[in-house]
Design a protein around this ligand. Structure first.
Ligand SMILES: *Cc1c(COP(=O)(O)O)cnc(C)c1O
Length: 361
């Protein structure tokens, strides 16, 4: 097997040991005589996996015991609407910190339900930075404030906790969940698609505080969009993505074996240091995000010309370094350094970059 250095933004690299465990489970799962994708989501064997995935997520992230956890389909994109539908009554206010493409999609969906307004918008500056606390215009009456912990496309990440003025916080953590320790008790609702740091696409973790659960109106909502029902049914109201939940459980077990979130933090900060070190070494590269707000997960930059960016993408691809083209809304280049990406992958990327500069500089 020859595996490339994978810098894809999502779906993204999965640890090779996890891939091996998935392969082993496909033909025959836990002595059932049936494969992982062929057994009932209500079987005892799958139930053990579901219970294990939830309990690992709880212990890895340090989720308070009075919080609920559900695994849902529809991606983070469904959560943009579902959070507002459950937490807001028609016309009620909620404030959004607009730090990139995803938060703009989140506010758009929330406007279908309530009075969703921006507390700050980084658009004029090309989303190259995050706001200072003093720039946040949060309404006193806002039911919650919505933030995005890491901006996958523009390459910014909160490196400090913003002062959200005592409000309840809803956070899209799709692209940096489990990449370093966080204090879950500071949030009322966290959602994250699995395909960046937690495994394959097709499953989204949602973490709800007691306050968030109380806000849910319950059985007036469509069943699939009702957190209360999904919690009561333990994520098994309908046929769940059994494959993705197994992969999620195995990915969390891998995180545990690598030292949990302190281990991930050490690994991720080292990778970021190596790549940003290269970006700051020479004027040949133009890093995108402002230094204080640089993401450890998605590093964005460009060269001085679009032609050179293109050459970089095609030459790096040929050299076995995959997924380095920037997102279409930010252009340029992007390397996604999620948990499964190794320090060695980044060292190889930097060696390629230095060679590229010698040849084109
Ligand atoms: C990838 C991503 C999304 C979209 O996730 P889907 O699973 O495609 O809906 C939303 N928010 C952030 C921060 C992301 O990185």
């Amino acid at each position: 097997m020859s595996r490339a250095h994978n810098f894809s933004a999502g779906p993204a690299a999965i640890p090779e040991s996890v891939i091996q465990e998935i392969i082993a489970a496909l033909p025959e799962f836990k002595g059932t005589g049936m494969g992982l994708m062929e057994i009932s989501h209500r079987s005892k064997q799958f139930d053990e996996t579901l219970v294990s995935a939830e309990s690992r997520l709880r212990s890895v992230l340090g989720i308070p015991t009075d919080y609920k956890v559900v695994f849902l389909q529809g991606g983070a994109s469904l959560q943009f609407y579902m959070t507002a539908l459950n937490l807001l009554r028609p016309g009620e206010p909620a404030d959004f910190v607009l730090t990139g493409v995803w938060s703009n999609k989140a506010i758009k969906e929330a406007k279908r339900v309530g009075d969703a307004q921006p507390a700050w918008d980084g658009k004029a500056e090309g989303y190259t930075r995050l706001p200072q606390d003093s720039e946040l215009a949060i309404r006193k009456e806002a039911i919650y404030v919505h933030t995005t912990s890491n901006n996958t496309i523009y390459g910014t990440q909160w490196q400090r906790s913003p002062d959200l003025q005592g409000h309840h916080v809803v956070c899209d953590m799709s692209s940096d969940i489990c990449s370093r320790p966080i204090d879950v008790s500071k949030y009322d609702l966290i959602y994250a698609g699995a395909q960046k740091n937690l495994g394959p696409s097709g499953i989204t973790a949602v973490i709800l505080s007691p306050w968030a659960m109380e806000r849910c109106p319950g059985n007036t909502l469509p069943a699939m969009l009702d957190y209360r029902l999904q919690v009561e049914e333990r994520s098994l109201y309908n046929t769940t993505n059994t494959f993705a939940i197994f992969a999620l459980d195995r990915t969390l077990a891998w995180i545990e074996s690598e030292g949990g979130l302190p281990g991930m933090k050490a690994r991720n900060s080292r990778k970021a240091e190596v790549l940003y070190g290269e970006l700051d070494r020479t004027e040949f590269w133009l890093p995108r995000a402002q230094k204080a707000d640089r993401s450890w997960m998605n590093v964005t930059w460009r060269t001085h010309t679009e032609e050179l960016d293109k050459a970089f993408v095609s030459e790096s691809d040929k050299a076995g370094l995959k997924g380095l083209k920037g997102h279409r809304s930010a252009a340029g280049l992007r390397a996604s350094l999620y948990n499964a990406c190794s320090v060695e992958d980044v060292t190889q990327l930097v060696a390629f970059m230095q060679d590229f500069e010698r040849r084109h500089g």
